[in-house]
Write a protein that binds this ligand. Structure first.
Ligand SMILES: C=CC1=C(C)c2cc3[nH]c(cc4nc(cc5[nH]c(cc1n2)c(C)c5CCC(=O)O)C(CCC(=O)O)=C4C)c(C)c3C=C
Ligand SMILES: [Fe+2]
Length: 428
């Protein structure tokens, strides 16, 4: 998916990033704390102009693949899983046509519809004002294996590797946070755009969708503004996403992210991708009392630079063959288990799109925060499931508790306005 307003959109982001760094440098040089100083009026005005530019950025909805999979991560996410209330295939077609229409409008933007009759509910929630700006919104639609049960006669069209997520040894899955017929991954530059989008969709589908579970997440502004150049830092304080395959390398994406005709899959799946979602709680109080050296050994990377242990730069490539006993990067380090970088594990590559979440306290009085782990791959078993099996028993497990999520199939893209989401599935 191309960022339509990349030229207009990238510039303010970079300007703001550089300005931010400049302000930080200046404040540090003065020996002060940058956040303690109020921004002068001119800077505040420039920030407002930048925010307005950011609101106008958009990501094309139409294309061979859905947006939100390879799109650089926006700052906010909402994952919403639904049970589908449609009672037959005609209803299901109506649902996907409606979703297509709403997503096409919301991601492109336009005037909020006026309400013709004040005796009726407003047509729009109004939370974005009179003009709905796209704000880099992407809404990625995925379906769960339950959609292929007897209700709609789609069993023969089920993606071959799609299955119900089952428990791994360290999981404490909460049934109320798992699975779903349909999942929306809603991402945008700001939370209000995400909230507006989900309310719009729910308002338009009262007889078709019922919310099953939902989680909100975020990444740091610094990473979000960089359009993928700066790796987000997770709530354990480590850069998370460094090892992702290069999203600009199309042959590689066709090999490891998109389902392609070479696979033994129903034809309608081509251009889609398997999606694994995990809600993973962190024991941050315990983590924050763990020595730095131990934290770094757990991941295999330097906490500040993100470089593999023993190396200098974040994107340096670890050479496991020259460290067969794990003296530099432990054999059970998270990144080494996740990607041993052998010829045999090349097809277990995945595109991770993780977001932090933070929401009050748990029942036992701990800070309730963690990771919304989302990844995409061309083969769920070789990708997420195979990698998670290698990670089972890793030292990181002491600090985490997977509590929810599910497996889904991200639909192929909608090529133009004459088509709708899931059309090749529903008309197969
Ligand atoms: C099954 C897949 C994975 C799960 C679940 C997972 C959980 C998880 N990861 C981190 C933090 C980091 N992960 C990193 C690398 C990494 N993780 C996976 C897969 C899963 N992670 C992969 C495939 C990789 C890439 C390995 C590589 O190619 O070298 C890293 C290192 C930096 C990076 O590459 O992103 C961190 C940090 C947490 C906190 C977490 C769940 C709690
Ligand atoms: Fe990881």
């Amino acid at each position: 998916m191309a960022d339509k307003h990349l030229a207009a959109g990238a510039e303010p982001g970079r300007r703001r990033l550089l300005k931010g760094l400049g302000m930080l440098g200046g404040a540090l040089a003065m020996g002060g704390c940058p956040v303690a100083h109020a921004a002068p009026a001119a800077q505040r005005a420039e920030k407002t102009a930048d925010d307005e530019d950011a609101r106008k950025q958009s990501v094309d909805f139409y294309g061979e693949h859905q947006a939100g999979i390879l799109t650089p991560q926006q700052s906010s996410i909402m994952l919403v899983a639904f049970d589908v209330l449609a009672v037959n295939k005609d209803d299901l077609v109506r649902l996907f046509k409606l979703l297509t229409k709403r997503i096409a409008f919301l991601t492109h933007g336009g005037l909020a519809p006026a309400t013709p009759n004040p005796q009726m509910p407003p047509l729009d929630s109004g939370i974005l004002g009179a003009h709905i700006w796209p704000d880099n919104l992407t809404i990625t639609v995925s379906v769960g294996s339950a959609l292929f049960d007897e209700r709609f006669g789609l069993a023969a069209q089920k993606p071959k590797k799609l299955q119900v997520m089952t428990r791994f040894p360290n999981d404490s899955l909460d049934a109320s946070l798992c699975h779903g017929d349909l999942l929306l991954q809603i991402c945008a530059n700001s939370v209000d755009t995400v909230v507006h989008a989900v309310r719009d969709i729910i308002k338009h589908t009262p007889d078709l969708l019922s919310v099953r579970w939902r989680r909100d997440g975020f990444i740091g502004e610094h990473a979000a503004l960089s359009k993928g150049k700066v790796t987000p830092v997770n709530l354990l304080g480590f850069k998370d996403g460094t090892g992702n395959p290069d999203s600009k390398n199309q042959p590689l994406m066709n090999e490891v992210i998109w389902v392609t005709p070479g696979q033994q899959e129903p034809a309608w799946t081509h251009g889609g991708s398997y999606q694994a979602v995990r809600i993973i709680q962190f024991h941050v109080e315990f983590w924050d009392r763990t020595p730095l050296r131990e934290q770094e050994n757990i991941f295999g990377r330097d906490k500040i630079t993100g470089a593999p242990l023993g190396m200098k730069h974040e994107h340096d490539v670890p050479d496991y063959a020259s460290d067969p006993e794990g003296k530099i990067i432990p054999l059970d380090a998270h990144m080494r288990l996740a990607n041993p970088r052998t010829a045999q594990t090349q097809d277990s590559l995945m595109m991770r799109r993780g977001y932090s979440y933070s929401q009050g306290i748990t029942g036992s009085g701990q800070l309730d925060m963690g990771l919304l782990f989302v990844c995409y791959q061309h083969d769920l078993e070789k990708g997420f499931i195979g990698v998670q099996k290698r990670l089972n028993g890793e030292p990181l497990e002491e600090y985490i508790r997977p509590i929810g999520g599910g497996y889904f199939f991200a639909l192929p893209g909608v090529v133009d306005a004459q088509h709708y989401l899931a059309q090749p599935l529903l008309e197969a």
